[in-house]
Ligand binder design. Structure first.
Ligand code: ADP
Length: 603
């Protein structure tokens, strides 16, 4: 996973990893220049060398350290900017991937969970940002270990003089073995402790993913001010607050558990470090007493050994942490690897000015991916070009699902849908969708300028936007907006305008009219409109859909009168079809019942 993450980082920015290495070389050199030159200066002072010589070395040390610090600082600054860019590129990749996912795949619970995890892996403090922190630390420790070994080597090289007794023993390379053994034991012990801590850390991370998701849900409620209304009306403040408090409690317990587990680790780490430091002083001190090394070298060797032990231990810790943080990257990868399942056709669509697109459902049955029960069963029908068709039927009869299949949000479980005799799966999806203007019941408007909502694009024809809004019955409201079609909807970046349900529905209708496609589909398009606005829409419906094929789903049975053909859906089947008069003549059947049930209220 670490390797994969490195490869991904390198593919996103080729300069990042080399710069991390350079930065760390500069950081470590800066320390060792001070240690080595400091020891040399101390030896010169003890040896009473000329002041000018000593000052020269001090000057070189100060200048070189200053240059290294400036270089290191410059590289670190560039790296911080790069890290932010990397994370922002990854965030962008998540959004881009979400946008290209099939609706059917996006809607799955597993996909939604993976999006959350991928997002978490980038956003949370311990996520990919932490991976980079550990990566740079790992490189620094590695360089530091190599440098320490180079600095330490002379300590174990015997002097050429013949010496005996304790001095002889200390002069032999094997005397260093005792120190090395203590060093190895301390490092191994730290490694084992670090591994255990990482496991605990991983458990905490897994627990926190769920808790963070819950917290994000409650926190987002604050921003969705539209939900604030229901929260207040139904006195749900306590429920929301309770959710936040319970969740915070769990996060806190999780943190306390982690701190408790960490305590012995911190104590043992200090004890081991202390033993190692003590042994180092004894060993190096004895060598000085036996005149095997100079006094100035004590500082250098003690610093090198402690630094090496610290770097070895910390390197193991970063390695463990990297493996765990690599998991975050794996969440990110898992999400980016989600593939679309829908067949992607390539056939181009013939662009026809006469809108002669013949659509047909051929024995289509369908169940939703997460369910077994068929929602549509053996539906067969043909659209007649230029026809105005209404679809009616009780709630849950499958009317919206029928439309979702037509625009390939889902593919049929059985049977096929044809356009001009060819299975719609075989067409290039984007081109295929160009022939539809659809307003779903749960249409969405966005906190963008009104014109962009209507045109569904940043570029638009202002006159056409205005025309579509007027056709959709939005003229009066538009006149009230100070910024006209440039007014921002809802509150996001800038202060926007709030619109009513009916106004929103008219804007959604205008969006469909702006698209000016061959087939217009309106799913409950007037449900939020006042009777006058509704009447206006019906009155202009003929003009709106002139020369186009239109499908109109509605619970207002009276709207069916505007249509040439009516399909009656019940329990996933087309149970009746014909003109209003034909269907009314079938007394006792569903259409007549639905009509009469509604007519009663208007008598
Ligand atoms: P209608 O538009 O006639 O009211 P729908 O086509 O919306 O009915 O729904 C038909 C059935 O399919 C309903 O029982 C509904 O619960 C179910 N359904 C709708 N959307 C989904 C979905 N995304 N996943 C699972 N079941 C769904």
């Amino acid at each position: 996973m670490i390797w994969k993450s490195l490869k991904m980082t390198h593919s996103l920015n080729k300069k990042y990893i080399p710069l991390v290495v350079l930065g760390k070389i500069l950081a470590v050199s800066q320390l060792y220049v001070s240690i080595i030159m400091g020891s040399m200066i101390l030896d010169m002072v003890i040896g009473r060398q000329a002041v000018s010589e000593i000052m020269r070395l001090v000057f070189i040390m100060v200048i070189s350290t200053a240059l290294l610090i400036v270089g290191w600082w410059g590289v670190e600054n560039v790296l911080r900017v790069m890290e932010r860019e990397l994370i922002s590129k990854m965030r962008q990749a998540i959004v881009e991937h979400c946008m290209t996912l099939d609706y059917e795949v996006l809607e799955k619970k597993e996909t939604l969970e993976m999006i959350q995890k991928a997002g978490d892996s980038i956003n949370s403090g311990g996520g990919i940002g932490n991976f980079y922190y550990n990566l740079t630390a790992f490189i620094e420790y590695f360089i530091s270990i190599i440098t320490s070994i180079v600095v330490l080597l002379p300590l174990f090289v015997p002097t050429s003089e013949k010496v005996s007794g304790l001095t002889g023993f200390l002069n032999g390379w094997y005397s260093g073995l005792i120190l090395m053994c203590i060093l190895i034991v301390s490092v191994v012990y730290r490694y084992l402790l670090a591994r255990r801590m990482s496991r605990i850390g991983q458990m905490q991370f897994e627990k926190n993913i769920d808790l963070n998701r819950k917290f994000a849900y409650f926190f987002n409620l604050i921003f969705r001010y539209q939900k604030g209304k229901d929260i207040r009306l139904y006195h749900m403040q306590d429920k929301v607050l309770n959710g936040v408090v319970e969740n915070a409690k769990e996060i806190e317990n999780n943190g306390q558990w982690m701190a408790k587990e960490e305590r012995p680790y911190i104590i043992w780490k200090s004890v081991i470090n202390y033993i190692l430091l003590l042994s180092t002083y004894v060993y190096v001190g004895l060598k000085v007493i036996c005149r095997l090394i100079s006094l100035g070298n004590v500082m250098k060797y003690v610093a090198a050994i402690t630094r090496m032990s610290d770097s070895l231990g910390s390197m193991m810790e970063s390695y463990n942490a990297l493996q765990i943080k690599g998991k975050y990257t794996s969440y990110y990868y898992d999400f980016l690897n989600i593939k679309n399942e829908k067949y992607e056709g390539t056939l181009p669509l013939e662009k026809r000015d006469d809108n002669e697109y013949l659509l047909e459902f051929k024995d289509v049955s369908f169940h939703y991916p997460n369910q077994k029960e068929m929602v549509l069963s053996h539906v067969s029908m043909k659209f007649t070009i230029g026809e105005k068709m209404a679809i009616v039927g009780p709630n849950g009869a499958g009317k919206s699902t029928f439309i979702k299949l037509l625009c390939r949000l889902y593919d049929p479980t059985e049977g096929e849908i044809l356009l001009n005799g060819i299975d719609i799966k075989l067409y290039d999806y984007e081109e295929y969708m160009k022939i539809f203007s659809i307003v779903f019941q749960d249409y969405q408007l966005f906190s963008f300028p009104l014109a962009e909502n209507v045109a569904a694009s940043i570029e638009y024809d202002s006159e056409k936007v205005k025309r579509s809004l007027i056709e959709a019955g939005f003229e009066k409201q538009l006149k009230k907006f100070k910024d006209g079609i440039y007014a921002n909807l809802y509150q996001m970046k800038e202060k926007g305008i709030e619109i009513s349900g009916g106004e929103a529905q008219k804007i959604a209708l205008a969006r469909a009219l702006y698209k000016d496609a061959a087939v217009v589909i309106l799913d409950e398009p007037t449900s939020a409109l006042d009777p006058v606005s509704e009447f206006e829409i019906y009155k202009h419906f003929d003009e709106m859909v002139q020369g186009k094929t239109s499908i109109y789903i509605s619970h207002r049975m009276s709207s069916c009168r505007f249509c040439n053909r009516i399909l009656v859906f019940d329990k996933g089947k087309i149970v009746q079809q014909g003109s209003h008069e034909q269907l009314m003549s079938q007394t006792g059947e569903l259409y007549a019942k639905l009509w009469e049930a509604q007519a009663k209220y208007y008598q």
